[in-house]
Design a protein around this ligand. Sequence first.
Ligand SMILES: Cc1cc2nc3c(=O)[nH]c(=O)nc-3n(C[C@H](O)[C@H](O)[C@H](O)COP(=O)(O)OP(=O)(O)OC[C@H]3O[C@@H](n4cnc5c(N)ncnc54)[C@H](O)[C@@H]3O)c2cc1C
Length: 361
Amino acid sequence: MHVRTQVPLAPLTTLGIGGNAAVLAELTDPADFPDVVNLARREGARPLVLGGGSNILVADAGCGVPVVRMATQGAVFERDDDGEAVTVTVQAGQSLQDLVEETISNGLTGLETLIGIPGTVGATPVQNVGAYGQEVADVLVRVTAWDWATGREVTLSAENCRLGHRTSIFKHSTRWTLLTVTFRLRPSELSTPITYGMVARVLDVPKGTPVLLAEAAAAVLTVRRSKGMVLDPGDSDNRNVGSVFLSPVVDEKEAENLRAEQAPVNTFPDSLTRVSASWLVKAAGFTLGQAIAPGIRMSTKHFTLVAEGHATAREFAEAARAVAEAVKETTGIQLTPEPDLFGDEPAYLHLKQSALAAAAG
Ligand SMILES: Cc1cc2nc3c(=O)[nH]c(=O)nc-3n(C[C@H](O)[C@H](O)[C@H](O)COP(=O)(O)OP(=O)(O)OC[C@H]3O[C@@H](n4cnc5c(N)ncnc54)[C@H](O)[C@@H]3O)c2cc1C
């Protein structure tokens, strides 16, 4: 384990915003995890866990509590006795993108439409990562985690992780550090049925059609690129966290009205109906590329916020507040922020409060 002090966190996040970690430990060897436990004891605080930094906003003042960056690597594939499935157990620091590519080349279905999502495998159960018809809940078997409340390593079944729409017991909690994640995938050259209209259109197939795994992934990447949802170092819209807001739940009447306005309204695995947050942002009158706060503007490709220059967490929080307020005023619908917040700062406490209030139901 490599420990450093006063480490700038901005370069370790996709937004490129925020102050220093007072202490940052980078874990590359899973066998060194006891050193993380000892560090936390010395510092007198549970650590914050950092993966690829693609879903966090770091406070301008940085983090006083220790930060552990999960950089453990490796995936072990095991075929079930009956040959019906393959389980893959993956170290938390492994890149999701690399894992998805490996499963596709091994002829395994279950993760192919998650191609292009940045970050680590260990973060995927945290918000039940999902995209274009697949989500972690479909294939998760179990996780192993360090439980800071009991001081023990535990194994939690998928059921005990209580995965919901972009949430789980791990979201908004510092209790567990995920160490490994086990998925169950099915051997097949074909993808799960393509359920997203945009992806089906790229493939030129009717919705509900399975296609070759590599074709499904390529189509998803085409759709993602059109929205700037694939990180590309040369892209001026690169500094983002994907979706700033969760897709809000709407009732039947709202769904009917929104569908009449051609809004993307979908029913999700939890049986709730949601409308696209980015559609609401557009409906509130925002335009692509529009400046929202100093250093923060709309992406030029999609209705999400991107950072520029020396943008600060305060500015990002102000921009998110301005967008949410405008959406509330024009559509009556409340948006909830998706990224997690590292460090406490009055300027963005309203984001944290609104996320926690929404999570509490
Ligand atoms: C361009 C872009 C597109 C995106 N598209 C999607 C999408 O389609 N669908 C989707 O669901 N998300 C999407 N995201 C969000 C993000 O990529 C995912 O949430 C991803 O899982 C975050 O992984 P990470 O390793 O970067 O986590 P981080 O941002 O480092 O951390 C996110 C949260 O998880 C916690 N965490 C991370 N690792 C662990 C661990 N080992 N144990 C315990 N807690 C941990 C952190 O403490 C933090 O609270 C997108 C982001 C970007 C920038």
